[in-house]
Design a protein around this ligand. Structure first.
Ligand SMILES: Nc1ncnc2c1ncn2[C@@H]1O[C@H](COP(=O)(O)OP(=O)(O)OP(=O)(O)O)[C@@H](O)[C@H]1O
Ligand SMILES: [Mg+2]
Length: 253
């Protein structure tokens, strides 16, 4: 049984110039779950993730057809407020990209943009989101230090805190642990597992073991096609399609 989802993709096609990299993809991303996108390098995983919050049009030569529907609203409609859409879907990238400011200001950045000015209120928000990202205990006594002094693993959790601070509904992650050591990766994974109760999470990974640890649902992409989508227990353990099976067993990589 697949849960209902507020984020739906319908007949999505993406072209870079003449090259079609996503082919007629339709799926409903279940709410309050982690959906993991797997597939070989170059199959379109990053492109798919970026299409979900309209990050693709930042590059030239991209054409998107089809619909991405968030709460019954097609985000590719012409009159949509793209900034508002991106606020509702935070993206965690491969390498943590902290802002060149203090730890505190990284988290307060979004709330300040939203007009929150009172120091006490900001203090509370900074603490709340650093706790949600599992970083508070490590940084509570050094909030004024530049964020760049944190370890890479801490920086990634800071990015998570910064993303959460604008109160998104969907968290997108493009291999968010790939630049981290195993301990830091586990830490970020743990936070994502904690967060899924309240968020819809879509994660790209090429690490099957990570998919097994995190996924409630799995989508297997292959040469731009959605070959299989379903509960992780089915797709990762008894896939229906021979191509999925070949990928899971390591015959194709
Ligand atoms: N800006 C671009 N212009 C042209 N082609 C692109 C662009 N970005 C990606 N592509 C191509 O689109 C295809 C899908 O790329 P994408 O980055 O989505 O793959 P991926 O599954 O994320 O790969 P990886 O696992 O290596 O990160 C690839 O063939 C890639 O070369
Ligand atoms: Mg990628």
């Amino acid at each position: 049984m697949t849960r209902p989802g507020r984020l739906r993709v319908e007949n999505l096609n993406v072209f870079y110039g003449k090259n079609q990299v996503l082919k007629n993809i339709s799926l409903v991303i279940p709410d309050n779950s982690i959906t993991v996108i797997i597939g070989p390098s170059g199959c379109g995983k990053t492109t798919f993730l970026k299409s979900l919050n309209r990050l693709l049009e930042e590059q030239d030569g991209v054409r998107v057809e089809g619909k991405v529907i968030l709460d019954d609203q097609d985000i590719y409609q012409e009159d949509i407020d793209v900034t508002a859409i991106r606020k509702r879907m935070g993206l965690l990238s491969q390498k943590p990209q902290v802002l060149p400011m203090s730890i505190y200001d990284n988290v307060a950045f979004g709330p300040k943009l939203l007009g929150i000015r009172k120091r006490k209120e900001l203090d509370e928000l900074v603490e709340k989101y650093l706790k949600m990202a599992g970083l508070w205990e490590e940084v509570r006594n050094r909030l004024a230090e530049p964020a760049s002094r944190l370890s890479i693993g801490q920086q990634q959790r800071l990015c998570l805190a910064r993303g959460l601070a604008v109160e998104p509904e969907v968290i997108l992650g493009d291999e968010p642990t790939s630049a981290l050591d195993p301990q830091s990766s586990r830490n970020v994974e743990k936070q994502l597992l904690n967060l899924k109760q309240n968020y819809t999470i879509v994660l790209v990974t090429h690490i099957l073991r990570q998919a097994r640890r995190l996924a409630d649902y799995v989508a297997f992409l292959y040469f731009g096609e959605l070959i299989e989508f379903g509960p992780a227990s089915e797709v990762l353990i008894s896939p229906r399609d021979p191509r999925t099976r070949a990928y899971i067993t390591g015959e194709i990589s």
